[in-house]
Design a protein around this ligand. Structure first.
Ligand SMILES: Cc1cc2nc3c(=O)[nH]c(=O)nc-3n(C[C@H](O)[C@H](O)[C@H](O)COP(=O)(O)OP(=O)(O)OC[C@H]3O[C@@H](n4cnc5c(N)ncnc54)[C@H](O)[C@@H]3O)c2cc1C
Length: 393
């Protein structure tokens, strides 16, 4: 195991990554510098990353690394590689890509890998590995977000197929998506036990998409609505057992929360790093901003909190790799590190003065990008519910 430099927390040597992970991280960093950072401003204007970026990532082997070789993947069952990928995206400060690519590999794809039948896996996994098919997951509806049991999208058994009707909203990667894992009620009379997961394909008749939303941040992310109007979904596209969808979500959501937590702490490191550089240059009252005691103490406070967050995050990744990171622990990481990201972004804007409010500056964008991290993947209030359930039982 080697200690790796991680920008602002190098005072705490890390033991999470081996030499192999570090080398992989360097390759990711090079890719980001060539293919992502130079394009991010244009992608922000377009409200989406380019399709080409997906296939380039696929060609490099950076997508869905855990997929077994028989389905075209690398068969790497070590989540530290996936986490290194997210860490490097976070350090680039490109928040849209830092959300969309990992959602495909680490949040959507596991449903197909873990619960898809052989035909579904053969059909979708190789294309998802290559970035030819972009994945999205559709749980939230206009009338049901935190309370997923209240969803109304229905999938009614019609013999050979399910007839799907309803709509989903706020779907990450939605506009570009080719394959969507959709939660729907196969038994509308039941609550959680009536929910099933289905794979819906861009080519299915009756499936349509809204335009990307005009969000306050994450501008390079194509979040949109999805509509299902009498979509005939073949029975073979059911994931796992009918009525077991809610259980699958509960199982898979722990990893989703770790993914969000990892992007949060990595982006926090990027905001702090760029602020340290800024205050060492900017002058006021004949001094560098960095010389004011307030600046020094603020930076010390943020560096301390980020370092503590990073240690907790690394430990969660180790536990997850051993199959031991439970829902409450992942919720702690998601809640605390996304709260921290918002705090760091806010303090860093303040230390930049007026420049911090400009989109051109990383911390200005970060201030807007960070806010949603406390809302999606389960709001932080729902995270506290899950944590309290464990500690009070
Ligand atoms: C940019 C973006 C991307 C997203 N991507 C996806 C995606 O890819 N797929 C997807 O399915 N969804 C996605 N979402 C949706 C997201 O997961 C939901 O917005 C979130 O779960 C909250 O649901 P809601 O918006 O309906 O809020 P509500 O559930 O209406 O919550 C409103 C408020 O009430 C609080 N609240 C609700 N219930 C409780 C409770 N029991 N106890 C205490 N407080 C409570 C909430 O914490 C929140 O503060 C995305 C959202 C955004 C904004």
């Amino acid at each position: 195991m080697v200690a790796t430099e991680n920008q602002t927390t190098e005072l705490i040597p890390r033991s999470l990554y081996s030499e192999e992970h570090v080398q992989f991280g360097e390759a990711v960093e090079q890719f980001i510098q060539l293919e992502i950072t130079p394009n991010n401003a244009e992608w922000e204007k377009n409200h989406m990353v380019s399709r080409e970026s997906w296939t380039k990532l696929g060609q490099q082997g950076f997508l869905a690394m855990q997929v077994p070789e028989e389905y075209g993947g690398l068969g790497i069952n070590d989540f530290r590689f996936n986490m290194m990928f997210i860490e490097k995206l976070g350090h680039s400060g490109c928040a849209g890509p830092a959300v969309g690519y990992p959602l495909h590999s680490d949040i959507v794809l596991p449903y197909i890998l873990h619960y898809g039948n052989e035909k579904t896996k053969q059909k979708y996994l190789p294309k998802m590995v290559l970035g030819e098919y972009i994945g999205a997951i559709a749980l939230t509806e206009p009338g049901a977000g935190s309370d997923l049991q209240g969803m109304r999208t229905s999938a009614i058994d019609k013999g050979d197929y399910y007839l799907v009707n309803g709509s989903k909203t706020f779907i990450t990667n939605g506009y570009l998506s080719d394959v969507v894992v959709v939660a729907a009620k196969t038994n509308p009379q039941l609550g959680a036990k009536g929910i099933s997961m289905l794979v819906i394909d861009k080519d299915m008749k009756g499936f349509s998409k809204g335009k990307p939303f005009d969000k306050i941040g994450l501008h390079a992310q194509d979040t949109c609505e999805l509509f299902f109007d009498n979509v005939e979904v073949p029975k073979e596209n059911l994931l796992g057992q009918e009525g077991s969808g809610f259980g699958y979500m509960m199982t898979e959501l722990a990893q989703e929360r770790l993914v969000v937590a990892q992007s949060a702490v990595s982006l926090s490191e990027a905001y702090l790093k760029s602020t340290i550089e800024y205050v060492k240059e900017r002058m006021a009252f004949g001094k560098k901003i960095a010389e004011f005691q307030n600046t020094r103490y603020k930076l010390a406070e943020l560096a301390t909190e980020i370092a503590m967050g990073r240690v907790f995050m690394d430990r969660c990744v180790e536990l997850h790799n051993e199959g031991k990171c439970d829902a409450a622990t992942a919720s702690m990481a998601k809640y605390k590190l996304t709260d921290l990201q918002c705090k760091v972004a806010d303090e860093c804007v303040q230390l930049h003065g007026g420049y911090g409010y400009m989109w051109e500056y990383l911390v200005g964008r970060g201030y807007a990008d960070a806010r949603v991290q406390r809302i999606y993947a389960g709001t932080n209030e729902i995270m506290k519910e899950l944590i309290s359930r464990k500690i009070l039982k």
